[in-house]
Design a protein around this ligand. Structure first.
Ligand SMILES: Cc1cc2nc3c(=O)[nH]c(=O)nc-3n(C[C@H](O)[C@H](O)[C@H](O)COP(=O)(O)OP(=O)(O)OC[C@H]3O[C@@H](n4cnc5c(N)ncnc54)[C@H](O)[C@@H]3O)c2cc1C
Length: 397
């Protein structure tokens, strides 16, 4: 076999997996159909458990240096200010959600693996066929073919790899629509995140590095074509804030869906990241969940390839633990979407009371920061995986 592992997809999950395996000494091939850099920013929110995972590659300090630490998230409702979800008191070294555009995240990960002689990254290659037998896998596309002992499908929610192994999956649309745009920030909101849950729909706003701010507005239908100033108009109506339309740099609509693959591996082919599971971007969990998959999978593959551990129990543990984590994140996203997107005056009033009295100021308030920082996702990082599985994944001391 030419490689120990072939990774299809150089998104956040694939690049992190390549880095962790490359650092462990395996021969890694990673291919992506995209020839150039990502043109629009998707994920921005990086949670504390993800910063711990990035620390394994020595990247946490650089991420923190380039990102904006969000320490407070202020929530507004129909009846005015409802309260603050703060990350200032959460346990651990990183008491914030870090905001960093996905393009920067990808370029930091890519620079890391570029320095690893045992990791090969090839762009402009679309994998269209895979085959496997007891010894390994073959992957090929137009003008390209290679072999490896294992293949990781990190090729996103429309995963070709998942389709090629005929993995069943379940999922559905949330039935809501959003439009997102990044603006030059002239507000006084600083490093704070703000959420407005109004009777006409939600508005969310997050700081970005470089004096910019992301605005996400809920729309009644998929806003595929809109006139200039559409986001500014909705923000003005629902929040009273004025965003000059000329300050807007980009725009993308999205209509979230959720999805969960029936199994995360089939023989020597393993799914990781959005290829295995999908959840609403609202709540900022998708990339973080994919990174925790990559951390677990890297541990499993290193144990199999370098320490001769038997593969079946490790892949079962990967499937079991990571599915549990993804299920929890999918459930949280569904609850957040349901609560945040109710429109109409009566439902907005009820939501205000629930959020202000119970969640932000009441008995649940101490749990809100850890919840949104994803500290309470089961098996969130390898360190939280049950001992019986972790013992097989980590080298003996
Ligand atoms: C608007 C928006 C905002 C978001 N915000 C957040 C956030 O704040 N926090 C968060 O955690 N998540 C967020 N997410 C989710 C996050 O972007 C995804 O979960 C994450 O990108 C998934 O990473 P991945 O590596 O699994 O897949 P992807 O990022 O989809 O990468 C897959 C890669 O595979 C390549 N590929 C696909 N098919 C093939 C093929 N056949 N051959 C070769 N290459 C192929 C693609 O070109 C791509 O580069 C957001 C998503 C959206 C849409």
């Amino acid at each position: 076999m030419k490689h120990d592992i072939a990774i299809v997809g150089a998104g956040p999950a694939g690049l992190l997996l390549a880095g962790l395996l490359g650092q462990g000494g395996l021969r890694v091939l990673i291919v992506d159909k995209r020839a150039g850099p990502l043109t629009h920013s998707q994920a921005i929110g990086i949670t504390p458990p993800s910063l711990e995972i990035l620390a394994r590659l020595g990247l946490d300090a650089e991420f923190v240096r380039l990102g904006v630490p969000i320490r407070d998230c202020h929530v507004h409702g129909r009846s005015g200010y409802l309260g603050c979800a703060s990350f200032r008191e959460i346990p651990g070294a990183h008491r914030c959600i870090l905001s960093l555009p996905q393009q920067v995240t990808l370029s930091l990960l890519e620079s890391k693996i570029a320095a690893m002689p045992n990791v090969e990254l090839h762009r402009g290659i679309e994998v269209t066929r895979i085959g496997q037998d007891a010894e390994g896998v073959t992957l090929s596309g137009e003008g390209f073919s290679s072999t490896a002992r294992w293949l990781a499908g990190c090729d996103g929610h429309r995963s070709r790899v998942r389709e090629l192994i005929q993995m069943r999956c379940k999922g559905a649309s949330y039935g809501c629509h959003f439009l997102m745009g990044d603006f030059t920030d002239r507000t006084t909101l600083g490093d704070e995140a703000h959420l407005w849950f109004t009777h006409e729909g939600a508005v969310e706003s997050f700081p970005l590095p470089g004096g910019r701010r992301r605005w996400i507005v809920q729309t009644a239908q998929a806003a595929l074509e809109t006139e200039r100033g559409f986001i500014s108009g909705i923000v003005r109506e629902r929040t009273g804030l004025d965003l000059p339309a000329g300050d807007q740099h980009n725009q993308s609509p999205f209509s979230p869906r959720w999805m969960q693959a029936g199994q995360y591996h089939d023989g020597r082919v393993i799914l990781c990241g959005d290829a295995a599971h999908l959840m609403s971007p609202i709540g900022g969990q998708g990339m973080n969940t994919g990174w925790a998959d990559a951390e677990f999978l890297a541990g499993a593959l290193l144990a199999i390839e370098q320490r001769g551990q038997p593969a079946p129990p490790l892949l079962e543990a990967y499937d079991h633990c990571r599915r549990r984590a993804a299920n929890a994140a999918i459930r949280r996203a569904a609850l957040g979407m349901w609560l945040g997107t109710r429109t109409g005056r009566a439902q907005s009033w009820l939501r205000d009371v629930f959020l202000r009295e119970l969640v932000l100021k009441g008995p649940l308030s101490r749990r809100v920061g850890p919840h949104f920082a994803m500290l309470t996702i089961p098996c969130g990082t390898l360190a939280q995986v049950p001992e019986k599985d972790r013992a097989r994944l980590t080298p003996a001391a």
